[in-house]
Design a protein around this ligand. Structure first.
Ligand code: 13P
Length: 254
């Protein structure tokens, strides 16, 4: 494990009504009351953000959103701006998740615009990258990650990116039960970190938290977290049940 404070983040995707989200947040709040040395975030669906934010007040759990638009306001039907997320109580936002790239046409360019807008609004971006199975099989993993990082972080200087969080989520591992081995995760994270050093500098590379995402469960979290460049987890399925998710938060005690 690294010297960076680990972050265990739950991406609830399109799950849970407002009432269910409140219940889960209340239960989680009780379960993780004694957690220390770990940062925690949950990202409910847009319509539950405000209410869940009220529940999380005074708890160590940060509120995140799953997406946002890059403009501050305007005629963009169905979209939500960074300022609106801050207004709802968010301090973090997931950007460029592979499901957004795959089903909703997100590109490296829109991801870059969103990261910029998030930072302007003082939201911490959780910037997602990752290769597909066919890209991995073709030996393209590191060139794909290189391109996603360079394009996603284009035109930033290191001073802009102090709060940046990166999530490495291999697409083939998301929701499949096929977790990357800890060696595969470490290799990718190490690669991303050295790329940050090449593009920016050693300080930024050393301070940026790189989360792993893709079928993280209570029985594999500890092994992943022991790797030197794995600074946390972005969790889908196993974040939905607060009791299961709290086991990930207490990964050291499993
Ligand atoms: P699973 O944990 O369900 O594989 O999802 C990972 C993910 O996409 C988190 O953003």
């Amino acid at each position: 494990m690294s010297s960076r404070t680990p972050l265990i983040a739950g991406n609830w995707k399109m799950h849970k009504s407002g009432t269910q989200a409140i219940e889960s947040a209340e239960r989680l709040k009780t379960l993780v009351n004694a957690a220390s040395g770990v940062d925690i975030m949950i990202a409910p669906t847009f319509t539950a953000l405000f209410q869940v934010g009220q529940v999380l007040k005074g708890s160590p759990i940060a509120l995140g959103a799953q997406n946002m638009h890059w403009e501050q306001q305007g005629a963009f039907t169905g979209e939500i701006s960074a300022d609106m997320l801050v207004d709802a109580g968010c301090s973090q936002v997931i950007i460029g998740h592979s499901e957004r790239r795959q089903y909703f046409g997100e590109t490296d360019e829109t991801v870059n615009r969103k990261i910029k807008a998030a930072l302007q609004a003082k939201l911490t971006p959780v910037f997602c990258i990752g290769e597909t199975e066919s890209q991995r099989l073709a030996g393209e993993t590191f060139s794909v990650l290189d391109k996603q990082v360079r394009n996603g972080l284009k035109n930033f200087v290191f001073n802009d990116l102090g709060n940046l969080i990166i999530a490495y989520e291999p697409v083939w591992a998301i929701g499949t039960g096929q977790t990357a081995t800890r060696e595969q995760a470490q290799e990718a994270h190490e690669n991303i970190r050295s790329l940050l050093e090449t593009i920016f500098n050693k300080d930024l590379a050393g301070s940026t938290r790189i989360l792993y995402g893709g079928s993280v469960k209570p029985d594999n979290v500890r092994a992943l977290m022991e790797m030197p460049d794995v600074d946390g987890a972005l969790v889908g399925g196993a974040s939905l049940d607060p009791d299961t998710f709290s086991k990930l938060i207490f990964f050291n005690e499993n």
